[in-house]
Write a protein that binds this ligand. Structure first.
Ligand SMILES: *Cc1c(COP(=O)(O)O)cnc(C)c1O
Length: 375
């Protein structure tokens, strides 16, 4: 019997450990000091941005960004349906109306052809979210943002080190956000960042993440902020991990090409696209989508694989179908068939950085067996 193969596992090296240990030895443990600054500066370099504001995780990076934009109830923001709930949470809390865009069936990223038809006088922003290793087609969105005078924002939590038309992900639009959760290309344990070139926006977000303390009268508050600081220990880990970003990306691509070799002849499965406009797939995760008439759902396949000691994750459940929308009287949404298909038929396979060739063989065989068994 094989040992359990987790869907993802971070790779922590001796270099990582020694960097975190240095921070500990020097007494830098909280959310200020040289380790935090170094991590922010390195991410700024990676994304060609002047300001990086580290925060506790990728979800609050989005929350703070939306809060800092001074959106009003009834304003509208355009975003993909096929993404994580983090993209939606603060919009709903602020009373902003989300306008959901369906995904493309091949790249699983937002179909930018459907964006302009959703723009209204109340539209304030478009949120582009790079999904699973490919990028959103950013150029048409840049043009729309300019034409209508709205913000373009970029959630690059799955795209550290990825590029679009040669430009780094995280460098597009007014601001971008990242996550450094354990399964992302680079991890700080928990962690996130907002990046921008706009000094005013950067200082607003820095203040909001730090309880809106004031420089002169520290404990007098003109705004209500949060404590969303990233600790120095986390920053030390993230900073050390960033040194290996290229290796991580190469490993993920190698894992993907091995899965491709083994699974490309299986008619019931759609494999990830190798490229989209402007990018080659980085395979942050290795997703597969089961045909609707394969006789098996992603959930069933997950159950079968779990019994064979194989960890998987379902794809995102589409945002336009989320039960929580009802609480905001937003449950009436147009159907978005591609996002719905991905949500019920998609799952991703183990691609942790330590996975072996024989694990990949085993997982692929079990996937094929499970699908054949259903016929
Ligand atoms: C992981 C992820 C987030 C959330 O980041 P956390 O650090 O887990 O809060 C946001 N957006 C996308 C696209 C993600 O993949």
């Amino acid at each position: 019997m094989n040992n359990f193969i987790p869907v993802s596992a971070p790779l922590i090296t001796e270099d990582d450990i020694s960097k975190v240990t240095s921070a500990l030895r020097e007494g830098w443990v909280s959310g200020e000091g040289p380790y935090v600054k170094e991590f922010e500066d390195k991410m700024g370099l990676l994304t060609e941005r002047d300001f990086g504001i580290s925060v506790a995780n990728g979800s609050v990076a989005l929350d703070l960004l939306f809060t800092a934009l001074d959106l009003s109830p009834g304003d509208e923001v355009i975003l993909p349906s096929f993404t994580i709930i983090s993209c939606l949470g603060q919009l709903l809390r602020l009373g902003v109306i989300p306008k959901f865009v369906d995904a493309k069936p091949d790249t699983w990223n937002m179909n930018v052809e459907h964006v302009e038809e959703l723009i209204s006088p109340r539209t304030k922003a478009i949120l582009a979210v790079h999904i699973y290793g490919l990028t959103v087609d950013m150029e048409p969105l840049e043009l729309l943002a300019k034409k209508y005078g709205i913000y373009l924002l970029e959630d690059a939590a799955e795209a550290h080190g990825q590029t679009y038309k040669g430009k780094p992900c995280g460098s597009f639009g007014l601001a971008s956000t990242f996550s450094f959760f354990a399964n992302k290309n680079i991890t700080s344990g928990e962690g996130g960042m907002v990046l921008t070139n706009e000094g005013l926006l950067a200082s607003k977000i820095s203040s909001l993440k730090n309880l809106s303390f004031q420089k002169e009268a520290r404990f007098q508050h003109e705004e209500l902020g949060w404590n969303y600081r990233l600790s120095s220990l986390q920053a030390a880990l993230g900073s050390s991990q960033l040194e290996r970003l290229n290796e991580v990306v190469e490993t993920r691509k190698t894992i993907a090409s091995k899965y491709r070799e083994r699974l490309s002849d299986i008619a019931e499965i759609t494999l990830p696209a190798k490229q989209s406009t402007g990018s080659e797939n980085h395979y942050w995760v290795f997703g597969i989508v089961l045909d609707t008439n394969s006789g098996i759902s992603a959930k069933e396949l997950q159950g079968l694989l779990e019994r064979q000691q194989i960890g998987t994750r379902p794809f995102f459940y589409p945002l336009h179908s989320q039960p929580v929308l009802e609480k905001y009287e937003l449950q009436q949404q147009p159907q978005l068939p591609v996002s719905e298909w991905l949500g019920t038929q998609g799952l991703y396979l183990p691609n942790g950085l330590g996975i072996t060739d024989s694990d990949i063989d085993y997982v692929s065989e079990e996937v094929i067996k499970a699908i054949r068994g259903k016929k």
